[in-house]
Design a protein around this ligand. Structure first.
Ligand code: SF4
Length: 211
């Protein structure tokens, strides 16, 4: 929808002008995110790395290339999805973002998700997982779809994946990630089925959708 696209552009402009936390001082530019405002699926990583900071786009380094490859496996392109991070500015030396930085940046991500209203939120790596599904271990929940009532966002289906960067130099991790990724079309099928039959787990605010 054109209006949604315009709203997204406006939101991007606001994000680009943000200097709410200390991360902005140490980076080259804000990396808002990119993709379709009508995406059914939003991928959320941790924060921009050196290449992303340089180009102003998310997931453009080696990990991004691997993400593109996996999208292709399930017949999706970057333009079909939306890709964002929990913080929009690169932490110095790629350190983990601090809690206060994640908190300061959260309203931007919340607005992005609220605008896009995706069917599925895919967390990439443990930091993104921790934001949406606190207390869950990535080794236990990767490759599983979980529905949660998330404050400010309402009921959402989350799908946890290892971060593509973790698989770059680890063959077995790469296999796990690709295997998990290939489950995404099946999850869409289940979501569509639920929509059709209007079941949507109305009686269960929280629960596993798919093992
Ligand atoms: S990390 Fe987020 S909150 Fe901090 S300055 Fe960048 S855009 Fe603003």
């Amino acid at each position: 929808m054109a209006d949604k696209k315009k709203e997204m552009e406006k939101l991007n402009e606001e994000m680009i002008a943000c200097s709410k936390c200390a991360l902005r001082k140490g980076c080259n530019q804000v990396v808002p995110g990119e993709g379709s405002a009508d995406a059914r699926i939003v991928f959320i990583g941790e924060g921009p790395g050196a290449k992303e900071d340089q180009l102003g786009r998310p997931f453009v380094g080696a990990a991004g290339k691997f993400l593109d490859e996996m999208l292709e496996i399930i017949n999706l392109k970057r333009e079909d999805v939306y890709i964002a991070n929990t913080v929009k500015c690169r932490p110095p030396q790629n350190r983990d973002p601090l809690d206060e930085e994640k908190e300061a940046c959260w309203p931007w991500l919340e607005k992005q998700i609220d605008l896009i209203k995706p069917d599925l939120i895919v967390t990439l790596g443990k930091h993104s997982l921790e934001k949406f599904l606190p207390g869950q271990k990535i080794s236990e929940v990767h490759g599983k779809a979980l529905r949660r009532d998330f404050p400010g966002l309402g009921k959402q289906v989350f799908f946890a994946l290892y971060h593509p960067a973790a698989a770059l130099y680890n063959g077995s991790m790469r296999e796990i990630l690709i295997k998990d990724f290939k489950r995404i079309p099946k999850i869409f099928e289940l979501i569509d089925k639920e929509k059709d039959s209007k079941i949507k787990e109305n009686n269960h605010s929280q629960g596993r959708l798919l093992k």
